[in-house]
Ligand binder design. Structure first.
Ligand code: ADP
Ligand code: MG
Length: 722
């Protein structure tokens, strides 16, 4: 531990540290066990959570107020308990449903299964969940439903009054996810109250309150709960308190809820967390995280360790390094586990299961463990200071996952995870000076770093025509907005007045995919290849179907050749799909062919859902047999804006995009790598050392003009002539 120091120890303590050096954490002195215990035990555990003491207050406020805002530290029981309180109080009687949204898919799955376990019911019956392409609910039985905020937005398209729900709990509001912000933006007039002095939470909650009053004017029975993990400063708490007092005026009429929001702050008993910083900036946070874990294990008493890294790559690397250490006997008793979205159900369960006696669990996680999920037993936190975030550049049209420094708010949340069961310690792999002087106070809302194509189409489908003049909670860049409108116009989704076209625009909006993929599916209808194109669409929505093991890259490349199609990656997917069906969906076949069996099964599930959506939209399900030309035409109809022309064979083939003349290359994972056809369209760009095209298919340039005459006439006077 020698290279860490703690404020107040060797160096003088700076006053600004942690808003005066106080951290408040809710905590309950539980044993680190929960699953697999009897009913009484679960009841006892529930009763010890901080929200339990507020049960009556919460139920009273929800009964009497249209909107209730609940702020409470992570782990205080908001997500798992409040829906159960509501159900016990009758909010799910007479076929009504209680909804609870989360920004993250993994969190939806995890909390739903936890709540089902606590209620001793089968997941998918009384308690269920819905995420995109996965609906584990039962129309007749499900009373508590967890879902992503994105899925709730989609449901609003069909049912703007959300009529099947009695209560909607918008959880994790501090996360500022794109869909949460769109929900907020749906309210026209954001209160003027907002100025810089007020933080995100107030902003959000006021916006959401407006939302509820709009819907609630027509549905006075609907209740909204907004919950959040953060109060960023003391003044915030005061603000909430004074609002609470004001809102508790006498009620005017019976059964009509008060429209002003009630605000409740759940206070948990706090365990202090000691913060340690590195003395010198760290050059390799991965190495430093590993060595910090090892020295905690060496020098500190028992208690689990939570390490925050950025994504699957560095997490897997750290897991491997630590596992090697523990296998070589130097570090006995370490149980090293990864945590990121995309983890199998079994691996997720390992993370949440109690630590065996005599062992120390080390969970290496993305920022999913920051506020969305609670891990029991954590006493030590190692914070790399980084997270992976999506960033979109509207000029180059590239959306990338980038490793960026976290905000102070995130750093505090991460530290807080160490103080759940007893006083804890947090090791920050950055200097205190950096924390104080360089770290931004809060993160950038997702809406300001995303491609807006899907957001715009959703708003249009909800009847918001003026997206440019729309009251966004945080305004997106005008370049991103213009780019989105341009793409949708060229796809024929929007007309000259920027209204959704009928039926095509509405159909594209209804398919829960990127509009370019949706357009490709619609085009396949006329071309008579919808069966094939739906398969391609399903494969494109799965991260990767290939099994990527470190050190086995060469075998993987060789295996891919068995399926490789001269036309490109999309047709290769069709070959893989055929092979899988011929093998009777065998996992052994997948294993032999370096194909990820779980990803394949997922792709088949997605395909089935898309098939149903297509049928609903009146698309004839038809196969073109082996006519790959029509398949390529359909892909072009969706992705013409991503057309590229080969400029030079040398240096692995340099292409230029037709739209912006950017230099791009075929990604080494593509079957067209080194093949370099003259004209291609790609599915997406990733940039590492260069801009690489992923999922590439060769095309005939004459199809471009066919697919998008406007786009290729006006934008590029003569790009096809050369
Ligand atoms: P909040 O939403 O306020 O962050 P949660 O409702 O998610 O809190 O969690 C409340 C408590 O429930 C946690 O402190 C933990 O004790 C327990 N808990 C939640 N999820 C799990 C799980 N998957 N396994 C075991 N215990 C859990
Ligand atoms: Mg929660």
């Amino acid at each position: 531990m020698s290279r860490f120091w703690k404020p107040g120890a060797e160096k003088p303590r700076l006053l600004e540290d942690e808003e005066g050096g106080v951290l408040f954490f809710s905590a309950s002195p539980l044993s680190s066990s929960s699953s697999g215990y009897g009913r009484t035990n679960i009841e006892m555990l529930r009763q010890r959570l901080p929200v339990y003491k507020y049960r009556t207050a919460i139920l009273y406020l929800v009964e009497t107020h249209a909107t209730t805002i609940i702020v409470g530290e992570t782990g205080s029981g908001k997500t798992t308990q409040i829906p159960q309180f509501l159900k016990e109080a009758g909010w799910a009687d007479e076929g009504r449903v209680i909804a609870c949204t989360q920004p993250r898919r993994l969190a939806v799955q995890s909390v739903a299964s936890r709540v089902a376990e606590e209620m001793d019911v089968k997941l998918g019956e009384e308690v269920g969940y819905t995420i995109r392409f996965e609906d584990i609910t039962n129309n007749d039985l499900t009373r508590i439903k967890f879902l992503t905020d994105g899925v709730l937005l989609r449901e609003m398209m069909d049912d703007p009054l959300l009529s099947k729900y009695s209560v909607i709990m918008v959880d994790e509001a501090h996360e500022r996810s794109l869909s949460t912000d769109i929900l907020l933006g749906l309210l026209k007039k954001v209160p003027i109250l907002l100025d810089n002095a007020l933080n995100t939470i107030v902003y959000l909650t006021l916006c959401l309150t407006m939302l509820s009053t709009q819907i609630q004017r027509r549905r006075p029975d609907l209740r909204l709960i907004i919950s959040s993990a953060t109060i960023e400063a003391r003044s915030m708490a005061d603000f909430f308190v004074s609002r609470t007092r004001r809102s508790q005026g006498p009620e005017k009429e019976e059964n009509i809820p008060v429209t002003e929001p009630a605000i409740l702050s759940v206070e948990g008993r706090g365990f202090n967390v000691e913060i340690f910083y590195v003395e010198e900036p760290v050059s390799d946070y991965l190495q430093k995280a590993v060595s910090t874990v090892l020295s905690i294990h060496d020098q500190e008493p028992g208690g689990d360790i939570l390490v925050f890294l950025t994504g699957q790559d560095d997490i897997d690397a750290a897991v491997q390094l630590l596992t090697e250490e523990s296998q070589h006997g130097r570090q006995k008793g370490l149980m090293v586990l990864p945590l990121y979205s995309g983890l199998s159900r079994a691996d997720q369960e390992l993370v949440f299961s109690p630590t065996p006696r005599g062992k120390r669990k080390v969970v290496i996680s993305t920022n999913i463990a920051e506020t969305s999920l609670t891990l029991e037993g954590i006493v030590y936190v190692v914070d790399s200071g980084f997270s992976k975030q999506r960033f979109y550049n509207p000029i180059s049209d590239i959306e990338n996952l980038v490793i960026v420094p976290i905000s102070k708010a995130s750093a505090r949340q991460r530290a807080g995870r160490a103080g759940r069961i007893r006083p804890g310690k947090c090791y920050r792999l950055y200097t205190e000076e950096y924390f104080l002087k360089e770290m931004s106070a809060v993160g950038i809302p997702e809406i300001q770093r995303s491609n807006l194509v899907s957001a715009v189409i959703q708003l249009k489908a909800l009847g918001i025509d003026n997206v440019l003049g729309f009251d966004w909670p945080a305004s997106p860049s005008s370049e991103a907005m213009i780019r989105a409108l341009e793409v949708l116009y060229s796809l024929g989704v929007l007309d000259d007045d920027a209204k959704l076209t009928s039926p095509e625009g509405f159909q594209v909006a209804e398919i829960p995919l990127d509009p370019m993929i949706s357009k490709m599916i619609l085009a396949s209808n006329q071309l008579g290849c919808s069966e094939e194109v739906i398969t391609i669409a399903a494969f494109l929505s799965i991260q990767s179907i290939w099994y990527t093991a470190k050190g086995a890259e060469k075998e993987l490349d060789e295996t891919k050749l068995r399926f490789a199609a001269a036309e490109g990656d999309h047709v290769t997917f069709l070959n893989v799909y055929k092979g899988f069906l011929q093998s009777n969906k065998s996992s052994k076949w997948c294993h032999n062919n370096f194909i990820n069996y779980h990803a394949m099964k997922k792709a088949l599930e997605v395909r089935e859902q898309l098939r149903r959506t297509a049928q609903r939209l009146g698309i004839a399900l038809k196969s073109c047999d082996d006519d790959m030309q029509v398949v390529r035409k359909a892909v072009t109809a969706g992705f013409f804006a991503n057309a590229c022309r080969l400029e030079a064979y040398s240096h692995n083939g340099m292409y230029k995009t037709v739209r912006t003349s950017q230099e791009v290359y075929i990604h080494p994972s593509s079957v067209l790598f080194r093949v370099n056809p003259k004209w291609v369209v790609y599915n997406s760009l990733v940039s590492t050392d260069r801009q690489y095209m992923r999922n590439v298919i060769s095309i005939d340039p004459s199809w471009l003009r066919e697919a998008a005459p406007h786009f290729y006439q006006y934008q590029q006077p003569n790009p096809l002539a050369r």
